[in-house]
Design a protein around this ligand. Structure first.
Ligand SMILES: Cc1cc2nc3c(=O)[nH]c(=O)nc-3n(C[C@H](O)[C@H](O)[C@H](O)COP(=O)(O)O)c2cc1C
Length: 322
């Protein structure tokens, strides 16, 4: 995986970082994208839905498959299946704080037991080979359990090729602020690249985060969900364009184009009916902040067909006459 400061990543986002959304983000300049988190056990037992999460295509590259699991045996079997299917880059989820996941010892549950974390990460490296596995983690289980530098160094020693840090504890969930200082301290302790994640809501946030942390790259999560065009603005800023030369806000027409493109990518997918329902809940977020969008949002959530949805978006002036 090429990791560099001007090549932003799209985070794994359960329920959102599906193929159409990844392709959309790539068109706006996202360099590497992660799948939604995928259960190692689900993959091994071919649970319905898991294979859908692995849908990809030639334009969806480089792609990082994110796995979660707590049993090394299943993780090894899942990795074998993925490698056999042709996937080449992987990430271990060691940050998901959701109860259902944590109580099995997976996700952020791994942070409570570093030995277990090493075992799963080591297994994944063994199956995939050097340079192909990253680990995405939070700063610890809770404040008292904040991870020490040895944890990161051990992951590096095991052959983990990059580490993504979301500097909040699992207990914090999404409350409080991401502690970028923690990212800086991790990057200072390891030679492998660290990807910074956490509170990157704008391209400017990401530029500032790189400056403050010395991280090797950035990963957008909620910032991309709110506006996938964040990637293009970030790349423009990183290319040295003066902030004032890059408009701070996109024109309504840009949003319309982006939304219509997202819809088109969904319609090209294998499950257009399901994605219509999903799109009806996604578009309102894109429209947040536009004056007059409230009424439009109401109509969008009850649109019965792609045509109706398209017409609604096409007809509106987003805050103007529409
Ligand atoms: C809706 C949603 C789904 C997420 N799903 C995952 C996931 O599947 N795997 C993962 O490692 N992190 C997941 N995360 C965490 C994000 O990847 C990211 O670490 C977090 O949102 C912090 O970045 P931000 O503050 O810029 O949003 C998710 C976050 C959100 C909001």
């Amino acid at each position: 995986m090429q990791i560099s400061r001007n090549k932003p990543w799209l985070a794994p986002l359960a329920g959102y970082s599906d193929l159409p959304f990844r392709l959309l983000c790539r068109e706006y300049g996202c360099r590497a994208a992660c799948t939604e988190m995928i259960s190692a056990k689900g993959l091994v037992f071919e649970s319905p839905g898991t294979s859908k999460l692995l849908e990809t295509g030639p334009a969806d590259s480089p792609l990082v498959v994110q796995l979660f699991g707590s049993e090394a045996e299943y993780c090894a079997q899942a990795m074998k299946l993925l490698v056999k299917a042709g996937f080449t880059a992987f990430d271990l989820n060691a940050g998901c704080p959701v109860r259902k996941v944590v109580k099995t010892g997976a996700g952020a549950g791994l942070l409570r037991n570093p030995k277990h974390l090493y075992q799963i990460a080591g297994t994944m490296v063994q199956e995939a080979g050097q340079g192909r596995v990253g680990v995405k983690l939070r700063s610890g289980w809770d404040i008292a359990g904040t991870l020490h530098s040895e944890v990161f160094q051990e992951l590096e020693r095991l052959g983990v090729a990059w580490i993504t840090v979301h500097p909040r504890t699992a207990k914090q969930g999404f409350t409080g602020r991401a502690d970028w200082g923690f990212i800086r301290r991790v990057q200072e302790k390891v030679a492998i690249p660290v990807l910074a994640c956490g509170d990157l809501f704008s391209a400017e946030d990401a530029v500032r985060c790189l400056k403050e942390t010395g991280a090797a790259g950035v990963m957008f999560a909620r910032g991309a969900l709110n506006n996938p065009m964040i990637f293009s603005r970030f790349r423009q800023l990183m290319d040295g364009k003066n902030e004032s030369a890059v408009p701070a806000h996109w024109a309504p027409a840009d949003f319309k184009t982006m939304i219509l493109r997202h819809m088109q990518l969904c319609r090209e997918g294998q499950d257009a009916v399901r994605s219509l329902l999903k799109m009806r809940s996604i578009i309102p977020r894109y429209l947040k902040g536009f004056p007059g969008a409230k009424d439009l949002r109401r109509r969008i959530v009850s649109a019965g067909s792609w045509e109706e949805l398209e017409e609604l978006i096409g007809r509106t002036a987003l805050g103007g006459e529409g």
